[in-house]
Design a protein around this ligand. Structure first.
Ligand SMILES: Nc1ncnc2c1ncn2[C@@H]1O[C@H](COP(=O)(O)OP(=O)(O)O)[C@@H](O)[C@H]1O
Ligand SMILES: [Mg+2]
Length: 512
């Protein structure tokens, strides 16, 4: 009994001690909670005080100031950039590398495997050591706007105004072209070419491969209509569009009435390039449709592409052997001042630039190859003689340069997009395209001027359908020589920008 009492007393003492400990802990926690409860409002008050001090110090004002300064800076940078472009001359060259197709990616992986296995060769080392940094096939991107092509004997690096790698989207490409195309509304003549071998992505870039993701042509026209809508209050604007192709040196109207393209229909009227009395080129008889919305243009382009197909049984082959041209004339008249301007936008999907071995081609294929070679060489010659400021610019050596006469001179803005495929099997053609494009880039066209005329001006030039408009100063310069000697203010020299001299011939790679 006494033992049980003892153990109960001991148990109670233990419980008492435990209770005392818990009490002490409880007190401690309470005092900590009380301390926190006073600290939080104190901290909140401190924070509020600091915030008030910050607001009172005008820091927000200086932040706003900094933002507006930054915006001003951006605007100024853009102005200087445009000025620099003007001084550099108005020919720009962009390069776009198209992504590999699935089949090509497998083939390229095999090339790398093989190169690694054989070991020792220059290509093998380069392929193995530099298969990174956006590398694709034999192409590398060593620096911004630079592209290198690994060859068996050497690696050559080219610099362009912009280089688009295979990840660049249609939107990325258009972002850098948009300001150029919009200047048509200010009266500039603008030519955008896609140059490159068949399959390099010219049509994808200019027209697009799907309706949802269009190319430069449709984006440019949407942008034109957007800008036109913004200016509607101040300007009277009207636009006319033509679509044609040049095949075997003949102009084919892609908007001609359907009856003209039915089997057995009489051949289309022979379309010839004419010079308007005040300068400017036009093609009598070529359909020119008024367009007033991007939707109008979309329908018109679909019709033109469809009509292109009716000319041939094999659309892909045919399209690589003809130049396709979309031509939009924009007439704008300032309602207040009466000053009018006329700009032309040409978007050109050139025929494939690949060299065709003469020995392998015959009949129609040979004739096609010769016609393409002739017109691309003529394009090179025209650009070269503009660069050398020669009196005689050989516009009439091909239908393509003749029809573009008023859009290739010193008065216009020219952009060439050189398209290349990044496969090892295309290396040789890629090298030719890049070399040609590099030489084009060296050309100095001088600064462009808008084709404007005051309300009282009496001289005229022509739109694509021959309607009268204000003269284009460079268009007035016939292929036989300039109307007046170009002055130094007309053609400021390119500042030394590391570009090579432009006086040498600019031959399109010859047919082998
Ligand atoms: N940047 C690109 N992105 C995705 N596919 C492309 C790109 N460029 C070209 N292609 C595809 O490659 C193929 C050949 O391009 P295409 O524009 O027809 O060449 P080209 O007009 O020079 O003969 C087409 O199937 C096209 O859709
Ligand atoms: Mg094509």
């Amino acid at each position: 009994m006494a033992d049980r009492m003892n153990s109960t007393v001991q148990g109670l003492r233990g419980a008492q001690a435990e209770l005392a400990k818990l009490r002490e802990k409880n007190n401690q926690t309470r005092s900590e909670a009380e301390a926190l409860a006073t600290a939080v409002p104190a901290f909140a008050a401190l924070f509020q005080r600091e915030l008030n001090l910050f607001l009172a110090s005008g820091a927000i004002m200086s932040l706003n100031d900094a933002i507006s300064k930054y915006r001003r800076e951006c605007k100024e940078r853009k102005r200087l950039y445009n000025l620099l472009q003007e001084l550099r001359g108005n020919i720009r060259v962009y390069c776009r590398v198209r992504p590999l197709s699935e089949r090509e990616a497998i083939e390229e992986a095999e090339v790398i495997e093989e190169a690694r296995a054989t070991g020792g060769s220059r290509a093998a080392q380069l392929y193995a050591s530099s298969a990174h940094n956006r590398a694709v096939g034999p192409i590398r991107f060593p620096g911004e706007d630079e592209i290198s092509l690994i060859g068996e004997r050497a690696t050559k690096t080219y610099e362009f105004d912009r280089v688009f790698d295979p990840d660049c989207t249609q939107e990325d490409v258009f972002r850098d072209i948009a300001p150029l195309t919009s200047s048509v509304l200010d009266g500039y003549n603008v030519c955008v070419f896609a140059y490159g071998q068949t399959g390099s992505g010219k049509t994808h870039t200019m027209i697009g491969s799907s309706r949802d993701d269009p190319g430069v042509a449709q984006r440019a026209l949407c942008k034109l209509f957007e800008t036109a809508a913004e200016r509607e209050g101040d300007y009277e604007l009207s636009m006319k569009a033509s679509a044609f192709e040049i095949y075997l040196e003949a102009i084919r109207d892609l908007l001609a009435p359907a009856a003209a393209r039915q089997p057995g229909a009489p051949p289309q009227q022979k379309l010839e390039v004419h010079m308007a009395p005040g300068g400017g080129t036009f093609v009598p008889g070529l359909t020119a449709e008024s367009v007033s919305s991007a939707h109008d243009v979309e329908l018109m382009m679909e019709r033109a592409q469809g009509n292109r197909a009716t000319f041939s049984t094999n659309m892909n082959e045919h399209s690589s052997r003809s130049h396709s041209v979309l031509s939009v004339s924009c007439y704008a008249k300032n309602k207040l001042t009466g000053v009018s301007s006329m700009g032309k936008l040409h978007i050109i999907d050139l025929a494939g630039s690949e060299r065709v071995k003469q020995s392998e081609a015959s009949g129609e294929r040979l004739a096609e190859a010769m016609a393409i070679n002739k017109s691309l060489s003529a394009l090179g010659d025209v650009i070269a003689s503009l660069a050398a400021k020669e009196k005689h610019v050989p516009y009439r050596n091909s239908r393509l340069t003749h029809v573009l006469q008023d859009s290739l001179g010193g008065n216009s803005k020219v952009l060439m997009v050189v398209n290349v495929s990044a496969t090892t099997s295309c290396s040789s053609e890629t090298g030719c395209s890049l070399t040609f494009a590099q030489r084009v880039r060296a050309v100095e066209l001088g600064s462009a001027r808008a084709n404007t005329a005051s309300a009282s001006s009496s001289s005229t030039t022509s739109t694509s359908d021959g309607t009268a408009m204000a003269p284009s100063p460079a268009a007035a310069k016939d292929s036989r020589g300039p109307e007046r000697p170009p002055s130094s203010t007309d053609r400021p020299r390119r500042p030394s920008s590391g570009r090579p001299s432009s006086a040498r011939p600019l031959n399109h790679p010859p047919m082998r």
